[in-house]
Design a protein around this ligand. Structure first.
Ligand SMILES: Nc1ncnc2c1ncn2[C@@H]1O[C@H](COP(=O)(O)OP(=O)(O)O)[C@@H](O)[C@H]1O
Ligand SMILES: [Mg+2]
Length: 245
């Protein structure tokens, strides 16, 4: 089933087109990777999809409903979309456990005991149960990212968005996150992952949506994009990012 369908999505900033008619769809259980040159609009696209940024035009069909419609309760929609950022965005003054509990208490209305139980379950899911009482400053980047993923998963989202989940991590930790994304995919979690990390993209099973000048220039498995692709822009991107691949 199609979970998300994006039709002719545009976004202008000060009259300049950043997204110029983006079209794609994401099926339930699918993992799709979004790549493209720096500044091509990847983050803007993700933020438009849950209207943290208002699209200029186009349709975003999520669960059969156009969520750009005026009568849509966007806060309710956002609760179904988990967002994991480059810089983890954990609360510094809260432990790993408390970070995961917060949304369960405030947004889901769980009791303290229920929230604790669910948070421990989610932390175990990402193998962070032994670190639940630590504060972000005492966790490695990869561990912080796993807590951020547990926090997103705790809300039972229909889809998880990742924006450059490995760009603040060293290669070993990036590899851990790639493994975790693969595990979530095997568990049928629907994932849309923005990354310029070619190693990560190569380690993920889904198609790559290649964004350039605000539109989808290509959509194919990364192996196809990296093999002398018809698009000059695609070739230039991979030659620069992975010259020896
Ligand atoms: N709030 C904003 N106001 C004006 N321009 C913006 C704003 N946010 C992003 N942009 C511009 O939109 C373009 C795409 O940015 P972004 O989506 O962050 O790119 P990417 O994530 O692909 O690197 C950039 O040129 C950026 O400067
Ligand atoms: Mg970005």
């Amino acid at each position: 089933m199609t979970l998300l369908q994006v039709r002719n999505l545009t976004k202008n900033y000060d009259g300049i087109g950043i997204l110029n008619g983006v079209n794609f769809s994401l099926h339930e259980g699918e993992i799709k990777v979004v790549m493209g040159p720096s500044g091509c609009g990847k983050t803007t696209l993700l933020r438009c999809l849950n209207r943290l940024v208002e699209p200029s035009s186009g349709e975003i069909i999520f669960d059969d409903k156009d969520i750009t419609a005026a009568d849509v309760d966007i806060r309710q929609v956002r609760q179904r979309i988990g967002f994991v950022f480059q810089n983890f965005a954990l609360y510094r003054h809260l432990s790993a456990l408390e970070n995961v509990k917060l949304g369960l208490r405030k947004l889901r209305g769980l009791s303290d005991a229920e929230a604790t139980q669910r948070a421990i379950y989610e932390l175990s899911h990402v193998e962070m149960q032994d670190h639940q009482d630590k504060y972000p400053a005492h966790l490695s980047g990869g561990q912080q990212q796993r807590v951020a993923i547990a926090r997103a998963l705790a809300m039972d989202p229909a889809v998880l968005f990742f924006d450059e989940p490995t760009s603040a991590l060293d290669p070993l930790m990036a590899r851990e996150i790639a493994n975790l994304l693969n595990r979530l995919h095997a568990e049928k979690v629907t994932i849309l992952c923005v990354t310029h990390d070619v190693t990560l993209a190569k380690n993920l099973p889904g198609d790559v949506l290649f964004l350039n000048h605000g539109h989808v220039e290509a959509e194919a498995p990364i192996s196809e994009l990296m093999q002398n692709h018809a698009s000059e822009n695609v070739r230039a991107f991979f030659e620069e990012k992975a010259p020896n691949a």
